[in-house]
Design a protein around this ligand. Structure first.
Ligand code: TYM
Length: 341
């Protein structure tokens, strides 16, 4: 697998290396989005050698059935989430994808080196076909090509995303290679920036935490009581055995302990599992508190931002203008190489 590590060395060149990531505008963020994407985004923003671009993927939201008014609302909400989670608009360009139409134009040119069969075989495409069999559209098929355009238009080398996005990054690398071979462009091959929370499992004990699976997630906006309630419902086991659990709700709980209370806390529970046994009621109550301690400051900043809509509008306008400067330059270069300028 072609990934970079959170611990990997910084790029040596003096040219700033760019980072691009995005989150679809489908509603409230959950702990998977936070640990798999946002934490990596924040970490890279704080490294001076990187120029960071973080967008709301509102155009991608249109590739599956959605509610128009909800989308209008949610695209702004994700910008608020970015700010509340600690991203700094002075350091990062925070923007809404549809306000930078250059992404869509580049996606069309990238589609000229992308095969239909390759897109049809992606696991993410197959999942969506199963979920929405009546909505298998060209826009859905084109999803990974638009995502490649999002990344390549900034010539980004690092993409902080969860492991579920790996197949899309492979497509982006292939497209970069083909464009460079066929047209002589200079797209770097983007790498996934890996965080310890690259795969946050579902509270149901099967699969990943996901917005589309009810009961699988804890939202960043949940209260302590809601977090406690959700954790209480996680299926557990007897609490004792020869080896610590690797699947099911008990494994989810241990992973969340690791992510929110640290590796040592996890090891202590693992030792208890093979010894005197785990008391899940206590584990869940301590874990709920630890999760809440991390999300509470985000909730507090969110409340402040909701009370200052003009400052959020200003971030959105400035972000689009900054993103367009870079995006339009790449687009000009590509059009020239393709014989369109
Ligand atoms: P989306 O909106 O599904 O998810 C946003 C981010 O959250 C991560 N994530 C998780 N990470 C760990 N464990 C989980 N259970 C979990 N669930 C979600 C995702 O990996 C992602 O990083 N295609 C993208 C949006 C996109 C994009 C881009 C991303 C559009 N263009 C360009 C990067 C670069 C998506 O659907 O993310």
């Amino acid at each position: 697998m072609n990934t970079s590590s959170a611990l990997s060395a910084a790029p040596s060149s003096a040219v700033p290396h760019r980072v691009l990531s995005g989150i679809r505008a489908t509603g409230r963020l959950h702990l998977g989005n936070y640990l798999g994407a946002l934490k990596g985004m924040i970490e890279l923003e704080r490294r001076p050698e990187y120029q960071t671009f973080y967008m709301v993927a509102d155009v991608h939201t249109v590739t599956t059935p959605y509610d128009v008014e909800e989308l209008r609302h949610n695209r702004r909400e994700i910008i608020i989430d970015y700010l509340a989670a600690g991203l700094d608009p002075e350091q990062s360009t925070l923007f809404i994808q549809s306000m930078v139409p250059e992404h869509l134009e580049l996606a069309f040119y990238l589609a000229s080196v992308s095969s239909v069969a390759r897109m049809q075989h992606l696991p993410t495409f197959k999942d969506k076909v199963k979920q929405h069999p009546q909505h298998v559209t060209l826009a859905l098929l084109n999803y990974p090509v638009l995502m490649a355009a999002d990344i390549l238009i900034y010539k980004a080398t690092q993409v902080p995303v969860g492991i579920d996005q790996q197949p899309h990054l492979e497509v982006a690398r292939e497209i970069a290679r083909k464009m460079n071979q066929q047209y002589g462009t200079d797209f770097p091959e983007p790498q996934r920036f890996v965080t310890p929370g690259e795969y946050v499992p579902s509270l149901k004990g099967e699969g990943k935490m996901s917005k589309s699976v009810e009961g699988s997630y804890i939202n960043l906006t949940d209260t302590l009581a809601e977090i406690e309630e959700k954790l209480k419902r996680v299926p557990s086991d007897s609490g004792r055995g020869e080896r610590p659990p690797e699947t099911g709700g008990a494994a989810t709980l241990l992973k969340l302990v690791e992510l929110f209370q640290g590796q040592e806390a996890r090891q202590a529970y693992e030792a208890a599992y093979t010894g005197e046994g785990i008391r899940y009621a206590q584990l869940k109550s301590d874990l709920a508190e630890a999760v809440y301690q991390q999300v509470r400051p985000i909730q507090q900043r969110r409340a402040q931002l909701e009370a200052a809509p003009a400052s959020v509008d200003q971030v959105i306008e400035a972000g689009a203008a900054k993103a367009r400067q870079v995006a339009s330059q790449t687009l000009e270069e590509v059009k020239y190489k393709l014989g369109l300028g």
